[in-house]
Design a binder for this molecule. Structure first.
Ligand code: 5AD
Ligand code: SF4
Length: 441
């Protein structure tokens, strides 16, 4: 038998890309590829790209340029671009970077084995179709390898919301939910391979409406089905849109013990004028009332968010409304970005905010969010939390895991294994993590 071919995948962007990269590795695993951690000894390099902001897309081109030497040394090396840049700029990538042999959009990963074979014959291959079939179902020939204690599971893909700044509806296509039985089978399989915590993924995950045995199911109904899976201890989901936060999902946060008290619920801005121009279809007030209802169901829930500053026509007053909203919500974590013009989206045509003003706003918002994040983290000191251990720490006897609230927790003198859950008393709060001690030895 010949030596296995080596595959190097570099993943950019969101968790859905992480999930997709795993599926691509499994698909090419069926063709005799094994993964390598370095591009230097690879027979195939895949960049799984992100197009959400301009910088993310530009990084791909500079990374591709770096492979020039490698390709000169190794003419058989095949280079592929996957993900949302591939979807948005497929032809352009081929034109701009002749090193690229293969371009595959996010909906075509199940065709990778055929594409790879074609590329091996020296052909340039591009597939950015939106086929009807379930790509994950076609990607099933996975080895039953043992896995770590946490995993992502894509349940829904694409988005019909068309926020005025966002490329997702164009790169990932219309909103599609996977049927519940496939998701449950995949969850069962993950648990058999050692997974204890599953994060359900979707660009608009709470709009989930996959087919179930008695018609379409809501995300909450899917969560209740997953709740019955023995050995699965924790369920999370991301990313949600405020307008799809249905009553049964809010209720599940109060009643489903496996559903973790953490919710990523992006608001993007605090000014109703800007929200309207963003086509968000909610107001600051309706978002705040929603947070109130969620906290009534689960008082200790940790809220996370996304923000954009410097959206076209944002004034200082509009920005102040974002700061006010942040003050009111008190976020446990948050991601904030300077608006980045994405060609083809409605906002790209509008009057842009002065970049220096946008930089200044981003700094002020991040200072406030960092302060809040630290306060929420510090407030954990003295409390008892459940930790799922994910890896050994830097020091002998130390283990690192995540609390229900997704805080990183370091536990010294810890005789537990990776994948174990334990009750831990939080003793101190550091820059990006908490330290605690096992309650029962
Ligand atoms: N510019 C800046 N941030 C953006 N996001 C999406 N599109 C843009 C853009 N054009 C942010 C939003 C979204 C997160 C994933 O990325 O906050 O929730
Ligand atoms: Fe993009 Fe999210 Fe808006 Fe959909 S809901 S368009 S993914 S920001």
């Amino acid at each position: 038998m010949s030596a296995p071919k080596k595959l190097f995948i570099k993943t950019y962007g969101c968790q859905m890309n992480v999930y997709d990269s795993e599926r691509m590795a499994e698909a090419l695993g069926g063709e005799g590829y094994v993964e390598t951690k370095s591009p230097d000894d690879a027979d195939m390099i895949l960049l799984n790209t992100c197009h959400i902001r301009e910088k993310a897309a530009e990084k791909v081109y500079s990374e591709l340029g770096r492979f020039k030497g490698l390709k000169a040394e190794k003419p058989d090396l095949k280079i592929g671009v996957a993900g949302c840049v591939a979807q948005a700029e497929g032809q352009e990538i081929m034109r701009r970077q002749p090193l690229v042999d293969l371009v595959v959009g996010p909906q075509s990963y199940h065709r990778l084995p055929e594409m790879e074979a074609k590329a091996r014959t020296g052909e340039k291959v591009l597939d950015t179709d939106f086929p009807e079939e379930d790509k994950f179902e076609k990607l099933k020939n996975r080895p039953k390898a043992k896995r770590g204690p946490t995993a992502f599971l894509t349940v829904q893909e694409g988005c019909d919301k068309f926020c005025a700044f966002c490329v997702v509806p164009y790169t990932r296509g219309a909103e599609v939910s996977r049927p519940a039985d496939r998701i449950l089978r995949e969850a069962q399989d993950l648990v058999e391979r050692g997974v204890r915590e599953i994060t359900l993924l979707g660009q608009n995950v709470n709009a989930y409406h996959g087919a179930g045995p008695n018609g379409d199911m809501t995300l909450a109904q899917l969560i209740w089905e997953l709740d019955k899976v023995d050995g699965l201890e924790r369920i999370r989901f991301t990313t949600s849109h405020p307008n799809d936060m249905q009553d049964d999902l809010i209720e599940a946060h109060g009643t489903c013990a496996k559903l973790m008290p953490y919710l990523h619920l992006p608001v993007q801005a605090g000014s109703d004028k800007i929200l309207k121009r963003m086509n968000r279809a909610h107001t600051a007030e309706s978002y705040l009332r929603l947070i109130e209802r969620i906290r009534a169901a689960r008082p200790d829930i940790l809220i996370s968010g996304d923000f954009i500053v410097g959206f076209p026509e944002e004034t200082e007053e509009d920005f102040q409304a974002t700061l006010d909203l942040v003050e009111e919500v008190k976020y446990g974590t948050a991601y904030s970005f300077k608006y980045s013009t994405r060609p083809g989206t409605p906002a790209a045509e509008r009057a842009q905010v002065d970049p220096a003003a946008a930089d200044d706003r981003l700094q002020r918002l991040q200072a406030l969010l960092t302060k809040q994040q630290r306060e929420v983290q510090d407030s954990m000191v003295g409390r008892d939390v459940t930790v799922l251990f994910e890896k050994a720490g830097r020091f002998p006897g130390q283990m690192v895991g995540k609390s229900d609230y997704l805080h990183a927790i370091h536990v010294a003198d810890c005789d537990r294994a990776i994948g174990d859950l334990a009750r831990v008393r939080i003793l101190s709060s550091g820059a990006n993590s908490l330290a605690g001690a096992l309650i029962e030895k």
